[in-house]
Design a binder for this molecule. Structure first.
Ligand code: SF4
Ligand code: FES
Length: 161
């Protein structure tokens, strides 16, 4: 596992390999900058800083981050969302802190993918172990929660009964 920084005068790209869940979003979104066939795989001079920012903010895990020496940093999302991916982690976006049972800070950030299979060796983050253990959702549970969120009063359920 590695942490790296790639910098120009306009932007510093931060890379934490332990957080990557290999979605390939960065590679598809800005191949001139993010290219696994090159060493180093990030060429921060190959695109405008704004393009790099736009791609990094799509990274769901927070493996990629950035700071701007003179410009605005990443803004916190207005709304915090937690999305369970089918058979995989929780996709979290928001101004989030993960704390342990004693209140100790485990992680903080605006983008993270949290393990919900229980098998990650990099808790609280997903490390793709869910694939090895064949983690699956109970689709009925997700459907039930969706129904409750859409109609917390339960009125429509009663009226159809
Ligand atoms: S977008 Fe983020 S999680 Fe996906 S491959 Fe790139 S660094 Fe990894
Ligand atoms: S959900 Fe990915 S390792 Fe647990």
């Amino acid at each position: 596992m590695a942490r790296r920084e790639y910098r120009t005068d306009e932007i510093v790209v931060h890379w934490d390999s332990s957080r990557c869940i290999h979605t390939g979003i960065c590679l598809r979104s800005l191949h001139s900058v993010f290219n696994l066939r090159r060493k180093p795989w990030v060429d921060v001079r190959a695109a405008a800083a704004e393009e790099i920012v736009a791609t990094i903010e799509k990274c769901p895990s927070g493996a990629l981050g950035y700071t701007r020496p003179e410009g605005p940093g990443e803004a916190a999302p207005d709304v915090t969302t937690i999305v369970p991916s089918p058979g995989g982690p929780l996709f979290v976006r928001g101004d989030v802190e993960v704390r342990d049972a004693d209140g100790g800070l485990m992680a903080a950030g605006y983008r993270m993918t949290l393990c919900r299979c229980g098998h990650s060796q990099n808790q609280p983050f997903c490390d793709l172990s869910h694939r090895d253990v064949g983690f699956t959702d109970n689709p009925r549970v997700i459907a039930d929660h969706r129904q409750e969120a859409a109609d917390p009063s339960g009125v429509s359920e009663q009226s159809t009964g």
